[in-house]
Design a protein around this ligand. Sequence first.
Ligand code: IPM
Ligand code: MG
Length: 368
Amino acid sequence: MTSYKICLLPGDGIGPEIIAEGVKVLDAVGSKHGVTFEYTEAAIGGCAIDEYGTALPESTLEAAKAADAVLLAAVGGPKWDTTDSEKPRPEQGLLGIRKGLELYTNLRPVQIFQALSSASTLRPEVIDGVDLMMVRELTGGVYFGLRERFYDEPGAGVDGAPGQRAYDTMEYREYEIDRIARQAFEAARKRRNKVTSVDKANVLESSRLWREVIHAIHDADYPDVELEDILVDNCAMQLITRPADFDVMVTENMFGDILSDEAAQITGSLGMLASASLGDGTALYEPSHGSAPDIAGRGIANPLAQILSVEMMLRYSFNMQEAANDVRASVTSVLDAGWRTGDIADAATPKDKIVGTVAMGDLVVESL
Ligand code: IPM
Ligand code: MG
């Protein structure tokens, strides 16, 4: 029997609650499709800071590398919020593991579940047919460039006081753009064959390099794929005026961070959006939402983005397409039957159809 090792990283806040539902779904998929999943668990984020003094202990990175895939829930919380750069932050765990596993491609699919179309703040005719894939570069750009904070020359501050200065650097190397471009064009060939590349080439040098490399790869190896360039500010606007026109969107790390939250909200809830982070080795799967500390421990968090991350894991790490389709179909049927967690319930949802985290996971498993 085929067996896969999965490293679980529950993290903080609602993390442990939602990852348990992901595991439940994996186990159900395993028994249905004749595969066993073995789990190891490791600490990341705030809970790792509390236990080890660092958001990404060496042992966690090792456990992740040794696994066939990593399932992460969420990190962060007010307890560890600080602007003091000397202090550890939970997000360093996430950034560290992305860099440590060289997960340079982040896929964030945005699709409308018909049953939830009224949850969007956009008009139904605007979101009709939305099906896009955000391809975000994940290990470069301003997230990983040189940064510093220091005291400037005397008198630079307010009223002649010593002033501070800080900078972050957005840097891209040609090979980093080359490899993410190829991922985007490959993804497009399996979809509607269109790539929209998002940059700020009218201002930023790194964007001018981005645009040149994207076009060079396109002309040399993917001339069959339709390619358009769009400036990031214009993109933010187009994304909510004509979201259904986009197929694959490819962009640098920070633009992708911002635009993927915006794109997620087209569907009405960030609680539904999964993501896959891929490199050349072990891949990582996580919901796009955060650790929701305000509702942690109350059993009401929406586990569906976590469960849909499991779907992506089956697809991309284990090539279990049929199983992945099953998970998606189960989520769809549970939603079609009217079941909702609080975040996706609307005024029309009867109270007795609102369920908690565990019940939602059970419903998906039952449907499987
Ligand atoms: C995301 C998150 C992270 C990011 C944070 C938590 C560091 O917002 O995955 O989109 O900025 O990449
Ligand atoms: Mg983000």
